[in-house]
Ligand binder design. Structure first.
Ligand code: ATP
Ligand code: MG
Length: 409
């Protein structure tokens, strides 16, 4: 019979990678907690128009990467390709703005994009991200960027922080017209996709990876020269704040991000250690999006990190707790073994009750395969054995054995 395989672009995350996944997520969550971000658990499925109206009709995500289907009620829905749009929808729909103050949310989970699968690029991938609603101060941009910076440092990842400003709506409009003029002059040298992007999503041409496009855009007008006074002031202040906090960054005038909703601050954390898919976390401000989706005018900003790419970069996991394996010498001692295991676990000790019955030799082999640090043989006595040294001690009550195990680990 033919084997069933996973669907192209999807993957199983298990073993060491699952440990890394959990370690990465825990590290982010612990830090979010310290910064007083609150979790939001978002639906996987959204009305397709949410992404059309936020991410943008002309973006790669909406044009070609979305998993779209009709549900049984005939609704046109999409598997979420990213988290920000859903956060904004929830912020508006749940009327969080009515509570006053401002809101700091974080989310985590699977995203879906129908892209060409390759290393670091999958059709189901996982993001962890955070959003701040209701603050226009550069304090928020600084806090968000420095928070991500610190998390990636904690994960011991080698990265570069790139920042840019896309300006406010007006500066971006003026700039876009200048850019279109420039690109039209060199239209013939651009790749086919970029030729059509001139009219649909000209900023995205700056982000194209095709060599001839890169050459052409090298001398293109820079958005930084078109910033309004207000946007320029904001960008200068952000850079001052980051410097004062010893956050290393480089300015990248070509950094535009692929999505429509960004304004002013944009940033990417990149690495050259995992090949072409080098962006591990990215984000920026989106001061118009809440209003655009029907909410009150609300300045906002956020970021998302790609967990699969971080898994490729994390080298060392924190050391694991030692494992004690409890082995009933014969099935007569099964109950005793189960209950002794329970008392170990109640003391916070990682405990395996050896579930595979057999000869002493085969059970020891299994304990070894499980990477046990100690085993306890249960019979009319308790034999505690260290796997590495082979040293053994004998006890006659579970209490004494438990105390001895606690002393050792
Ligand atoms: P890229 O330029 O690599 O396509 P993007 O601009 O589409 O990235 P965002 O939408 O900003 O990415 O998502 C934030 C992060 O999510 C990315 O920096 C990356 O780490 C991760 N990511 C995005 N798409 C994928 C994917 N298909 N597979 C794995 N991770 C992804
Ligand atoms: Mg992409």
């Amino acid at each position: 019979m033919s084997k069933i395989q996973k669907v192209r672009g999807f993957q199983d995350i298990y073993g060491e990678n699952a440990k890394k996944y959990r370690y990465i997520v825990d590290t982010f969550r612990e830090t979010f907690e310290k910064y007083n971000f609150k979790e939001i658990i978002l639906p996987f499925v959204e009305d397709i128009s949410l992404f059309k109206r936020s991410v943008g009709e002309a973006t790669d995500i909406v044009q070609k990467e979305m998993y779209v289907f009709l549900d049984k009620g005939g609704r046109e829905v999409a598997l979420r390709p990213e988290g920000t749009a859903s956060c904004v929808r929830a912020y508006i729909e749940e009327k969080m703005y009515a509570e006053g103050g401002y809101h700091k949310l974080f989310y985590e989970g699977a995203m879906f994009r129908y892209e060409r699968p390759q290393a670091g690029r999958y059709r189901q991938f996982h993001q962890i991200g955070a959003e701040i609603f209701g603050v226009s101060s550069v304090l928020a941009d600084t806090e968000l960027i420095s928070m991500v910076y610190k998390i990636l440092k904690r994960l011991k990842i080698d990265f570069k922080l790139e920042i840019n400003s896309l300006g406010d709506f007006q500066s971006r409009k003026t700039y876009t017209q200048e850019l279109i003029k420039y690109l039209k002059q060199y239209e013939n040298g651009l790749c086919e996709t970029c030729k059509s992007r001139i009219n649909t999503n000209p900023l995205r041409v700056l982000d194209c990876k095709v060599e001839s496009c890169k050459q052409i855009t090298k001398d293109a007008p820079k958005i930084i020269d078109y910033l309004s006074e207000e946007s320029e002031k904001r960008f200068t202040q952000l850079k001052e704040y980051l410097k004062a906090l010893n956050i290393d960054f480089v300015e990248n005038p070509r950094l535009v991000r692929g999505l429509d909703y960004y304004t002013d601050t944009v940033f990417e954390f990149t690495t050259d250690q995992i090949g072409a898919q080098g962006t591990v976390a990215a984000g920026g401000r989106y001061d118009n999006l809440v209003e655009q989706l029907g909410g009150p005018p609300t300045p906002a900003l956020g970021f998302a990190a790609g967990i699969e790419r971080l898994i490729l970069l994390v080298k060392d996991l924190p050391s694991e707790k030692p494992l004690i394996t409890v082995i009933p010498l014969t099935p007569d001692y099964n109950i005793q073994a189960l209950s002794f295991s329970e008392s170990l676990r109640n003391s916070g000790i990682k405990t395996e009750t050896l579930l595979k019955e057999g000869s002493l030799k085969s059970m020891m082999k299994t304990a070894d395969k499980l990477k046990s640090d100690y085993v306890v043989f249960i019979s009319d006595k308790y034999e505690l054995k260290e796997m590495k040294s082979g040293n053994q001690e004998i006890f006659y009550t579970p209490e004494d054995t438990l105390e001895a195990v606690k002393d050792k680990i």
